[in-house]
Ligand binder design. Sequence first.
Ligand code: TIU
Length: 232
Amino acid sequence: MTTDQPPLVRVPARPGPYTFEPATTALLVIDMQRDFLEPGGFGESLGNDVGELRRTIAPLRRLLATARAAALTIVHTREGHLPDLSDCPPAKLQRGAPSKRIGDPGPYGRILIRGEYGHDIIDELAPAPGEPVIDKPGKGAFYATDLDGLLAERLITSLIVTGVTTEVCVHTTVREANDRGYECLVLADCVGSYFPRFHEVGLEMIAAQGGIFGWVAESPDLLAALGPATVA
Ligand code: TIU
């Protein structure tokens, strides 16, 4: 029997199954940058346990391999600022302990400055040629970027959201996406926070009230649902 319906993928999720069409779905990988994740880096220098973030690397590698095999649109983001800090509002610049603020010298170059080693994406999750990398000055990936236009050009209506940190850049991006009409599936094992309780409650907040901001699933369930495209 033939059908005109596009192929749909259905993933067990909370608050209920998430259904998407691969052709109109993008994988968003948020801010998997050395400044946040590398041992000895900026995030760790603030007293954070980067292990809470690094546990996302292995599942994200599997997910990226499968998403590439399935020809999903993949978009990476990086949080950071121009070297002259002209795109960093004073309110953000003055946050944090003196000497550990945006633009200050850090273990991997000037903290969160574009072009610095620490600002770039970790080697394990390096973008493949042709995959867009969105540089964003805010926590949300839609604020002051062309992400919305890029997704619209590709007719994307559904986002699989991953990256760090759960309650900061992931949450802000999901909220922005939700208000713009995108459906979001957040993968619990592919997002992480320095604060485990923020991570847990952040995920609960997304799926609460019938999925007020979106859906939450585990990446192995998504890989199983994608079936033949899954890469071990
Ligand atoms: N990417 C992102 O979440 N930026 C942050 O500053 N996160 C913190 O949790 N600090």
